[in-house]
Design a protein around this ligand. Structure first.
Ligand code: RIB
Ligand code: CA
Length: 308
């Protein structure tokens, strides 16, 4: 069973990634390091504490720094709302954040375990910093799989996807790490849309996790319908990372060279994916090219059904 650290910015789709990662028989979730992204670090951390408490996932939750490495902070209130997880009201819990910050939690958990997979579903600030702060963790990292970037256009600018544009410099550190890195970008996640039929299917499971899914996804969809035309459902971006670890055949990847545009122009934060190896640079990233959509929704249904 794979040891994983989940670095996330909950966030509606991050919440479903946490739900999938909490299936103890399938994944050994070592801890959750929270990052600023969809909302401020205080809100994403509070959301993570509420989610693990609600789902009875007993793991340490650590808080990251409030800003990216270099650029100014961005948040995504228009999609995730004022709380960062609008649509579901949690009971009051007494779980506290870990004494370590997110970077310390990542480095501690890596050094204490022989092999760890880092799954990142928010900006890569914490992961980039951890690699710089304690490079000795590299020999413990089996792979890094992140949701971010795209083979084609972005979702917060013509060129850039949100997680990468939030911290392009940290993304560059990860892609330059020399580690096995997998990128799950918009070109794939835009194929798994939370349609009305998906919501109805998951509602039938009729447990606390399905209630969470239905209420969160209704707001996730309402907010995106205001932003994107021809809308039939929000892309469930983040859980694709965890699902890909649960089923090796779910996503097919292509090894190629990927660089981050760090110029402060209109392409800032773009993932330049050299699919046809034009530049003959060393491949440094396995880029997700396609997904078995039917199987993905089966994995989501299995994940929701896991909970009482
Ligand atoms: O662009 C989609 C990504 O940005 C997802 O991780 C979503 O949660 C937001 O963080
Ligand atoms: Ca996210």
């Amino acid at each position: 069973m794979r040891n994983i650290i989940l670095d996330c910015d909950p966030g509606h789709d991050d919440a479903i990634a946490i739900l999938l990662a909490g299936q103890k028989e399938k994944i050994n979730l070592l801890g959750i390091s929270v990052v600023s992204g969809n909302q401020t670090i205080e809100k994403t951390t509070r959301n993570a504490l509420n989610l693990v408490s609600f789902l009875s996932i007993d793991v340490p939750v650590a808080m990251g720094y409030k800003d990216p490495l270099v650029r100014d902070r961005m948040i995504c209130e228009e999609i995730h709302g004022e709380s960062g997880l609008d649509g579901f009201t949690f009971p009051t819990y007494d779980k506290k954040i870990d004494a370590r910050n997110s970077v310390e939690l990542i480095t501690d958990l890596c050094l204490k375990n022989e092999k760890v997979t880092i799954v990142a579903t928010g900006p890569l600030t914490n992961v980039g910093l951890a690699l710089k702060f304690k490079p000795e963790i590299k020999k413990h990292i089996e792979e890094i799989i992140f949701m971010g970037g795209s083979l084609d256009n972005g979702n917060v600018s013509p060129a850039a996807e949100f997680n990468i544009l939030c911290d392009p410099e940290a993304s560059h550190i990860v892609l330059s790490s020399g580690l096995p890195v997998k990128m799950v970008g918009l070109n794939v996640t835009r194929k798994v849309l939370v349609t009305k039929e998906v919501i109805e299917r998951m509602a039938k499971i009729n447990n606390k996790a399905s209630d969470l899914f239905v209420k969160l996804m209704k707001v996730f969809n309402e907010n995106q319908a205001k932003t994107f035309s021809n809308f039939i459902g929000g892309p469930l971006h983040d859980p694709v990372t965890i699902a890909s670890l649960l089923d090796d055949d779910l996503v097919n990847y292509k090894h190629m060279n990927v660089t981050i545009d760090l110029s402060r122009g209109p392409s800032y934060g773009r993932t330049n994916c050299d699919v046809y190896d034009y530049l003959k640079q060393t491949p440094n990233c396995y880029v997700a090219m396609d997904i078995n959509v039917k199987r993905f929704w089966d994995i989501i249904e299995e994940g929701i059904s896991y909970y009482e």
